[in-house]
Design a protein around this ligand. Sequence first.
Ligand SMILES: C[S@@+](CC[C@H](N)C(=O)[O-])C[C@H]1O[C@@H](n2cnc3c(N)ncnc32)[C@H](O)[C@@H]1O
Length: 300
Amino acid sequence: MTAQAQAAETPWRRGRFDTRVAAQRLLFGHMYEDVAIEARAFPPGGQVFCIASAGDTALALAEHHRVVAVDINPVQLAYAQTRLDGAAARTGTAERLMGFGRSLLPLAGWHRARVKEFLGFDSAPAQLAFWHAHLDTWRFRAGVDLLLSVTGLRRVYASPFLSVLPPHFGAVMRARMERCFTHHPNATNPYARALLLGDFPPARAPRQAVELVCADAAEYLEAAPAGSFDGFTLSNVLDGAPSVYRTRLLAAVRRAAKPAAPLVLRSFGEPLQPATRNVARDDRSMLWGSVEVTDAASTA
Ligand SMILES: C[S@@+](CC[C@H](N)C(=O)[O-])C[C@H]1O[C@@H](n2cnc3c(N)ncnc32)[C@H](O)[C@@H]1O
């Protein structure tokens, strides 16, 4: 690989969160991205491009689109294939880490029955009052801030993945949670249940076949016919990637886009500028700082 190609590489190719040179892993047993965002952004029909990850977005998009789902990590792609074939979900590194965090919650007064009661609310003002009265305890705040401190995260994540995180990430994440509880009733939010209890809805069978490809998204799109996709959703693949990779991927998206094709791009970072197109508040998975919906042809 030339030095130039190496500079345009992404750390996701390692298939691990840490820096060890070792086998790629199953990182995500589920996806934490609210596919209702894509459902609203993509006009029905046509061919769309997504990141395979754990397969949830591909499965949902296949209801109304022809889907090409790409992943750079062969372990993750093989897993997405099993889920599209109807196999049960498995636990990846992300679920193990979140499970560890949840195992500490009783120390903050979060007992399962109380969390279940919270998740049953179908009114945002009522659940917010419950949140402040019973769950947003000082122990919860201190615990989240400690777990999500740079020192805590460094034990697990390589530095490129951390570079995108805003300072005081624990407080930022707690604010994102509260933003979600302020706008989305828990009873109709499967992502709240998944995050707080680790309970996931059963996956559905795809309505039509999904084309799964093991590839780097930029490489794949550079080789795809120009003007061949009606929509793109890129997960948060640019978190941790160098700016030269960003430039390369977005150029490939522009080339492969049909006129007016939307692009959805998430990030754990805060929006770079006050973004009018940031719909992070609408994403019921609550984790994201930025969920940009833009015109793929004019993205930069
Ligand atoms: C970016 S991660 C984030 C996961 C996501 N937040 C979720 O909820 O599933 C999702 C997947 O993107 C894949 N990935 C990262 N960069 C990629 C790239 N440049 N091309 C293709 N796949 C990529 C990873 O291997 C991983 O399986």
